[in-house]
Ligand binder design. Structure first.
Ligand SMILES: Cc1cc2nc3c(=O)[nH]c(=O)nc-3n(C[C@H](O)[C@H](O)[C@H](O)COP(=O)(O)OP(=O)(O)OC[C@H]3O[C@@H](n4cnc5c(N)ncnc54)[C@H](O)[C@@H]3O)c2cc1C
Length: 377
């Protein structure tokens, strides 16, 4: 008997969920503009959020490859639901899992794994986007803990999160070595959350600014050894980039499948438009980019899972797959003709949602700059 491998099992399970539960509701969820709490809780109950954490420590005992398969499948259904899952599995909970006290894990991490608490990750500031060395949210050591003052922006899940992992500067003279992560529960006095931003795509992904005004937290809320914030962030950067590549693969797959279906149905000049070579060329290019994205992305996830350093491979995968997702969504809107311009059809959503992938984990200009350096410039 041939046994299925874990990757196939997870892919089949998620694909079934996406086809039956997510795709039929994708338009309604997207148009509601509300955080899809019910969907979030259902995904939590499926045990998905713990996929990259070990079983004996309360996770689901998977790895980065399985995590990316989940992200890919969900993104095939709806990018905003995939994005909130990606955040909850990795950036939102990683530092709490590794460096939080047992009490904090009990109070926040395990409920987050069950979908009972929402997490968020706060790096970006109004004056510090790509340039994290410029982070100016200050954590000052005070009697019994830390006092935080500053502002974060573009916080995915900010308006709904129960807790935040916040990058702060503890000693501006040390620049990168002064950067550290802190755990901040939402209800801490001095934390205020702005109104949600009005967004182009992923309309149900709630994002906001966050202000910290004399926010006092205990000493053990520093996540990681002092001075290690940046290197701890670097330790998950390859995973963040492969995850984004996986989201891009899901969007490419959806754009490709819908384009093929539409091209076969739509008749012009007495024939399905799929019989025209110019339409075929678009679809052939989408399929080829998708295949290349998959090869690059899962090569990188395999390296992450084996503990092999792969920041170059992960960066190339994120860059290639995301650019391919932008192209695929663009081509889908052309294949759909005028219907690609209509809110009734899916192509417009792919065209808006692909932009979500361009910024997090490094903009493409930053990635291109890094890649050029790694190949010898
Ligand atoms: C949908 C979305 C979700 C996000 N979620 C989060 C989140 O949850 N948490 C969080 O902390 N942040 C989040 N962000 C913020 C994201 O991380 C930043 O947008 C990103 O770091 C880029 O910063 P910036 O937008 O300020 O652009 P900037 O850094 O100001 O860049 C502007 C432009 O200049 C280019 N540029 C900058 N420096 C260089 C350089 N050295 N060489 C060449 N070109 C350069 C950039 O590539 C870009 O084209 C999110 C953003 C978006 C849009």
């Amino acid at each position: 008997m041939i046994r299925s491998n874990p990757e196939e099992i997870i892919r089949k399970t998620m694909a079934k969920f996406v086809d039956r539960e997510l795709i039929p509701r994708a338009r309604e969820i997207d148009e509601s503009g509300e955080f899809p709490m019910e969907m979030f809780q259902r995904i939590g109950k499926m045990g998905v959020f713990g996929i990259r954490y070990p079983k004996k420590k309360g996770g689901a005992g998977g790895n980065t490859t399985l995590y990316c398969v989940i992200c890919e499948e969900l993104a095939r259904g709806l990018m905003s639901v995939a994005a909130l899952t990606a955040m909850q599995c990795l950036m939102g909970t990683n530092f709490l899992f590794h460096y939080g006290t047992d009490e904090l894990r009990e109070q926040y991490f395990f409920p987050a794994m069950r979908g009972e608490k929402v997490s968020a990750f706060c790096l970006t500031e109004p004056e510090a986007g790509s340039d994290l060395g410029n982070v100016n949210t200050i954590a000052k050591k005070v009697d019994g803990g830390w006092l935080i003052n500053g502002m974060k922006t573009w916080v995915t899940n900010g308006p709904v999160a129960d807790f935040f992992t916040v990058l702060c500067q503890t000693d501006p003279a040390k620049k990168f070595r002064g950067l550290n992560f802190f755990f901040v529960p939402r209800e801490t006095p001095g934390v205020s959350v702005s109104k949600p931003f009005d967004l182009l795509g992923t309309r149900t992904t709630k994002m906001s600014e966050l202000a910290f005004s004399d926010v006092r937290i205990p000493g053990e809320y520093m996540l990681g050894a002092e001075g290690r914030g940046m290197s701890n962030l670097m330790s998950i950067l390859a995973e963040i980039r492969t995850m984004t590549a996986a989201l891009a693969i899901g969007l490419q797959q959806a754009a490709l499948e819908d384009s093929i279906r539409y091209a076969k149905e739509r008749v012009q000049f007495g024939q399905a438009i799929s019989s025209y070579q110019l339409i075929q060329a678009k679809i052939a290019n989408m399929a080829t980019d998708l295949e290349a994205s998959r090869l690059m992305t899962y090569r990188a996830t395999n390296m992450v899972d084996k503990g092999i350093s792969c920041i170059k491979e992960a960066s190339m995968a994120k860059y290639f797959a995301t650019e391919a997702a932008c192209k695929a969504a663009d081509e889908a809107t052309r294949i759909f003709g005028a219907y690609g311009y209509s809110m009734e059809y899916t192509a417009q959503r792919y065209y808006r949602d692909n932009r979500f992938l361009l910024y997090g984990g490094g903009t493409h200009e930053i990635l291109q700059t890094n890649i050029a350096r790694w190949v010898g410039l």
